[in-house]
Design a protein around this ligand. Structure first.
Ligand code: C2O
Ligand code: CU
Ligand code: CU
Length: 431
C-alpha cells in the first residue's frame, strides 16, 4: 500500500518477471515483485507521479483505469510505448472534485494488453477523501484469472480461445487462490471488488447474504442497493458493504455467465464460461457471538447527475466478422492510433448508442470521460456513473457522456481485452 502525502504520491513501478501466484513460484509478471502490484492510494486534488520501469521482454505502458483525468500530457495515454529496458514518467493530476472510490491500473500496449494482464500485471488505485464511510475494515478484492502449467509458467491461449476471449483456469483474489476473509458478526466490511480478468464476466453472489452495493466503477450510488446477484464485466468495480450477523463460512461465488460465442463452433470457441460450473473466489469466515448487522446508511454521497441537454447523438457499432474476414471491428474498422474516429466539442454532452451486432457480449469502455447509462430508452439518466457497460449480443445500450472537461485524445474499446488487442478499439478527439 502506497499512500500520498502532502498532495503527492511519487512511486516507481517496475514490471518484471517472476513472482508468487496462488502460493507458488511462477513465471508470472509483477509490479515491484508482487501480482497484483502495490495498491496506490491518493486523494482528490493530488498529483500522482509514476515512473514505470519496463523490465519485461516486450513493450508495455500504464493506464489508470476509470480515473477522470486529462488525457493530455501523458496521464491517460494508451499511445505511449515503453520499450524493454526503458522507463517512462507519468504525471497524473487528480482533479480536486474527483469522486473518491475504487479504480485500478494495468498495461495498455495495443496487441498485448490481454497477455500482460493475464501474466499478472495489474493493481488497485484508490481515491480517498473525507466522504468515505466509516467501516470496521476496508479491503480490495482484485479478481484476476490466469492459467499456469505444472512448472508455474503462464500458458497463452490458442488463437481460437483468444478470439472468444480467454478465461484462465485459475481465478485469483489479490493473487491468492480462494483466500479466507475473517469478520466478526455485527461489524461492517467494505469490499472493493475489481474485475481484473481479461475476458471473464463475474456473476457474483455471497452465500447466506444479499449483496449490498454502495458504489459502481468507483462512484457512490445515491443509496445502498441490495442484490441477490451482481454482474461485473471485465474492468467494472463494485464496492459492497458486507455485514455478517452470525458465525459461519460463506463462499463468494461467481456463477457461470454465458457471454455468447463466435457462433459456428459454439461452446468450443467460447472462452469457457458457459461450460464451467460456479467458481469460489473467496470465503467469508465470520466468527463470534451473533450480533445484529449494523444499519445501512440511508443515502450515499453520489456525484450530481449531468445536465440532459444533449448536443449530439452518435451510433457506434461493434461487430465481429466471420469466416475469412474474421475481425473485431468498431464501425467496420480496426484500431488505427493515427485516425480520429470521433471528434467531440469540448464542453458538450453527447448521447451515444452502442450497437452490438455480434453473437457475443462486448463490454464497452471509454477512457477519461465516464458515462451514464440510459435505461430504458427515453428515460432520464440513471444517477449512476460508470466506465464499463456490457453491451449484450444483438442488443444496444444508450449512454449520456458529459465531455464537459478535459480536451484531448483517447480511446474507447471492448474490455474483453483479447478483442481490444484484435482491433476492437477506436479513438475520440475532444477539442
Ligand atoms: Cu481498463 Cu482501456 O482499459
Ligand atoms: Cu480504461
Ligand atoms: Cu468484445
Amino acid at each position: 500500500l502506497l499512500t500520498s502525502r502532502d498532495g503527492l504520491l511519487e512511486v516507481t513501478l517496475t514490471a518484471a518477471p517472476g513472482t508468487q501466484l496462488a502460493g507458488r513460484e511462477s513465471s508470472a509478471w509483477a509490479y515491484n515483485g508482487t501480482s497484483p502490484g502495490p495498491t496506490l492510494r491518493v486523494k482528490a486534488g493530488d498529483l500522482l507521479r509514476v515512473k514505470l520501469v519496463n523490465n519485461i521482454d516486450q513493450p508495455t505502458n500504464l493506464h489508470t483505469h476509470g480515473l477522470h483525468v486529462s488525457p493530455q500530457a501523458n496521464s491517460d495515454n494508451p499511445f505511449v510505448t515503453v520499450a524493454p529496458g526503458n522507463s517512462f514518467d507519468y504525471t497524473i493530476a487528480v482533479p480536486a472534485d474527483h469522486p473518491p472510490g475504487t479504480y485500478w491500473y494495468h498495461p495498455h500496449h495495443h496487441g498485448t494488453v490481454a497477455d500482460q494482464i493475464f501474466a499478472g500485471l495489474a493493481g488497485a488505485l484508490l481515491v480517498q477523501d473525507g466522504l468515505d464511510l466509516p467501516v470496521d475494515d476496508d479491503i480490495v478484492l482484485l479478481v484476476t484469472d490466469t492459467t499456469l502449467d505444472g512448472a508455474g509458467n503462464v500458458i497463452p491461449p490458442s488463437p481460437m480461445v483468444r478470439m472468444a476471449g480467454r478465461e484462465g483456469e485459475l481465478v485469483l483474489v489479490n493473487g491468492q487462490y480462494q483466500p479466507v476473509i475473517t469478520a466478526s458478526p455485527g461489524t461492517t466490511h467494505r469490499w472493493r471488488i475489481i474485475n481484473g480478468c481479461v475476458s471473464r464476466v463475474l456473476d457474483l453472489r455471497l452465500e447466506g447474504h444479499r449483496l449490498t452495493q454502495i458504489a459502481l466503477d468507483g462512484v457512490f450510488l445515491p443509496a445502498p442497493a441490495e442484490h441477490d446477484r451482481l454482474v461485473l464485466a471485465p474492468g467494472n468495480r463494485a464496492d459492497l458493504l458486507v455485514r455478517p450477523a452470525d458465525s459461519g463460512r460463506y463462499a463468494l461465488i461467481s456463477e457461470p455467465y454465458d457471454r455468447g460465442g463466435l457462433g459456428m463452433m459454439g461452446d468450443m470457441m467460447n472462452g469457457g464460461s458457459a461450460t464451467r460450473g460456479p467458481v469460489t473466489l473467496a470465503t467469508l469466515h465470520s466468527q463470534g457471538p451473533a450480533a445484529a448487522a449494523p444499519p445501512l446508511p440511508a443515502t450515499l454521497p453520489a456525484p450530481p447527475v449531468p445536465p440532459d441537454t444533449v448536443t449530439a447523438r452518435r451510433q457506434i457499432t461493434f461487430a465481429t466478422g466471420m469466416g475469412m474476414g474474421m475481425g473485431f471491428t468498431i464501425d467496420g474498422r480496426s484500431f488505427d492510433p493515427d485516425r480520429d474516429d470521433q471528434r467531440v466539442q469540448l464542453g458538450t454532452t453527447e448521447e451515444w448508442t452502442i450497437v452490438n451486432t455480434s453473437r457475443m457480449d462486448h463490454p464497452f469502455h471509454l477512457h477519461a470521460w465516464p458515462f451514464h447509462v440510459l435505461t430504458p430508452p427515453g428515460t432520464s439518466p440513471a444517477a449512476v456513473r460508470q466506465d464499463v457497460v456490457l453491451v449484450p449480443a444483438g442488443g444496444s445500450v444508450r449512454l449520456r457522456i458529459p465531455f464537459t472537461d478535459f480536451a484531448g485524445r483517447s480511446v474507447y474499446h471492448c474490455h474483453i481485452l483479447d478483442h481490444e488487442d484484435l482491433g476492437m478499439m477506436a479513438t475520440v478527439n475532444v477539442s
